[in-house]
Design a protein around this ligand. Structure first.
Ligand code: M6R
Length: 619
């Protein structure tokens, strides 16, 4: 995970690096550092803790040069402390490097380097890179980096500087993201686009096993044989303002509130004259007709979107569909072949397990389709086809708007396939499209017009905190749902645990009697998704069973539901009425808000929860 930045130009490198790192802090935030070239010396400053700690140190003693590299860390090898923070230097202090990824053969390389007399300071895998560059440096940094990277096993995006070559930064990548920002009289390297968007919208996307040298006047990309690779710059379409809080207290809240707009934008972009268009798909309709199986592979929230996809795809396209977490799929010899469509869902497009799963699926001959948010990301580029969610940058570690955008794409894909395979009559497709079109404004309405209702969620969070303390911290959450809202139960639980550190479990409500009901006493708060659906009555019975055993119930119901009022639930949250198929888009919003307000009540760092990072680019 980690974020890296490199800069060459006329500005004070320190300012550019700090700004860039602040845009990448979502990738890791346990320590940060920069190395700046100053009068043929390297000024290296790094600190454990959030970026603001480093920024304060630099305020007191600024670095003056105009060329440098920076890093924000999510520790893999070596605890988060000042020494293990990046950048790392070689023995002479003339070389500094930053790295995102894991060097798997670092222990062997380190042992050889120690035998050769190199002195190590940190416990990281990364430091060997600085020493290898030192070993191979014969007056040309690019050559030394090239020799070094050929020895590395694992994943890396690196940026390196050398005091003897004060006009350049050299980068390289393998299985970790790295982009090049092209400015006027200045150029940049970074793990992700937001780090350069304050300065330029023109970027290059280096591929694996490419080495990049940036100077003030240009960027040269070569492959590992040393041949220059010509790349066409891409123009970023979104604005840096989208990566700012815009008056919201947290990115997470801002991103929750953007969801209606995003789903609306997806519908406007993809629906024309009642037909679904996927321009960038790159898999022809003929191929789509012949898939005998769909396999969806993803991690975390994207996996939950995939699980929801299974319900809609099987019911409406009659294609058998299974869903797997990427880390399981990649290691279990999955049965996929050329008649299988493997869909990889990933917000970042860089999740290491999902990328490996994609490669495994391709190796077995399956056709692959990425559903990604980050344009130009590895999964988007390596899959046979891609559908972008275009949800804008998602900064909060807890994914919200990417989820609803992924759901929206899966709905459209379902309708696209149902039309193609004629598994639904045109009149049914038209009805579903009409219902789907209601979703964005209902999402908006739910967030804005229902303000008082949603203020109640904040109040419930406050009551939970009181109760939690009364019960000596033994209270926790269970989330129950059925059918197409069962994945939402998993998602609600994931949101809560990742930002509030309170135990939370999601379950299909029908499974209660097979074990979890043993947990029910007065401790758990049970969130029951009991919107209008074919399993509504079954959910009511589950609520009765929980109430009979002393559990506290928060019911998420459909507006106007009178029946639920007879069931003695403790708290009620209503969502507007829509066809059951699209209800997950509405139901997830109160779940996201509940997690948000509970974390806020407990005073946690909502956008940067402990131990997590936005983009999991290591296994
Ligand atoms: O970038 P991806 O969609 O591949 O990321 C997958 C998961 O790491 C991600 O959804 C994670 O679970 C989030 N923190 C959930 O909020």
């Amino acid at each position: 995970m980690c974020g890296i930045v490199g800069y060459v130009g006329e500005r004070k490198a320190q300012d550019v690096l700090l700004k860039g790192l602040s845009r990448l802090e979502y990738r890791g935030y346990d320590s940060a550092g920069i190395a700046v070239l100053e009068a043929r010396k390297i000024n290296l400053i790094k600190r454990q803790g959030k970026l603001r700690i480093l920024a304060n140190v630099l305020k007191a003693g600024p670095a003056k040069g105009t060329v440098g590299i920076g890093h924000t860390r999510w520790a893999t090898h070596g605890v988060p402390n000042d020494v293990n923070a990046h950048p790392h230097a070689d023995c002479t202090g003339k070389i500094a490097i930053v790295h995102n990824g894991i060097i798997e053969n670092y222990l062997d390389l380190k042992a050889s380097l120690i035998k050769e007399g190199h002195k190590f300071r940190s416990k990281t895998d990364t430091e060997i890179i600085a020493h290898l560059i030192e070993k191979y440096y014969k007056g040309n940094l690019e050559q030394a980096v090239l020799k070094t990277v050929k020895l590395l096993k694992g994943s890396y995006a690196i940026a390196a500087i050398h005091a003897n070559e004060p006009d350049k930064v050299v980068g390289a990548r393998c299985d970790s993201p790295l982009i090049v920002g092209l400015g006027k009289g200045e150029n940049f390297l970074a793990s992700d686009v937001p780090a350069v968007l304050d300065y330029t919208k023109d970027v290059l996307y280096p591929d694996n096993h490419e080495i990049i040298t940036i100077t003030k006047t240009g960027a040269i990309v070569k492959n590992y044989t040393g041949r220059v690779v010509s790349k066409r710059p891409s123009r970023i379409k979104w604005d840096i303002k989208q990566a700012e809080k815009a008056g919201y207290e947290h990115f997470m809240l801002k991103e929750i509130y953007e969801q209606g707009d995003i789903v609306g934008g997806i519908l406007d972009e993809r629906l024309h004259d009642g037909k679904v268009l996927f321009e960038e798909l790159n898999i022809n309709q003929g191929a789509f007709k012949h898939f005998k199986k769909i396999v969806i592979v993803a991690c975390g929230t994207a996996y939950h979107a995939g699980l929801t996809g299974k319900y809609m795809l099987e019911e409406y396209t009659h294609i058998p569909c299974w869903v797997d977490t990427s880390s399981e799929f990649r290691y279990r010899d999955p049965i996929v072949d050329k008649e299988t469509l493997v869909i990889i869902i990933s917000q970042s497009g860089e999740t290491a397990d999902s990328l490996a799963a994609l490669r495994e699926a391709k190796r077995k001959g399956a056709r692959t389709l990425g559903i990604c948010n980050v344009v130009g990301s590895s999964i988007a580029r390596e899959a046979d086809g891609v559908i972008y969610t275009h949800a804008g940058p998602e900064i909060a570690v807890a994914s919200t708007k990417a989820y609803t955008a992924q759901l929206a794409i899966l709905y459209l894909l379902t309708l696209y396939l149902a039309r193609l395979k004629k598994t639904l009559p045109p009149s049914r497709i038209s009805y579903l499209i009409k219902e789907f079109r209601k979703a964005p404004s209902l999402m908006e309405e739910l967030l804005n017009e229902h303000k008082s209702e949603y203020n109640n969620i904040a109040a419930y969070a406050g009551e939970f905190k009181k109760y939690y303390h009364e019960k000596h911290n033994k209270s926790y959450f269970l989330y129950l749902g059925r059918n197409i809202n069962y994945p939402n139960a998993l998602e609600g639980a994931l949101k809560l645990k990742e930002i509030s550190y309170i135990s939370a479990e999601g379950y299909p409500a029908g499974e209660m009697k097979h074990g979890p009901i043993a947990l029910i006493d007065e401790n758990p708060w049970v969130v029951c998704i009991v919107t209008q659906s074919k399993t509504y009555d079954k959910m009511l019975s589950n609520i009765q069973e929980i109430k009979a055993r002393g559990g506290i119930v928060i019911a998420i119901t459909t507006e106007g539901d009178k029946e639920i009022l007879h069931h003695n639930v403790n708290y009620l949250i209503e969502v507007p009425k829509i066809d059951e198929l699209f209800s997950p888009l509405l139901v997830v919003i109160p779940l996201q808000l509940l997690a948000y307000y509970v974390a806020k009540e407990f005073g946690y760092d909502i956008d940067q929860p402990r131990n997590l990072a936005k983009s999991v680019t290591v296994e």
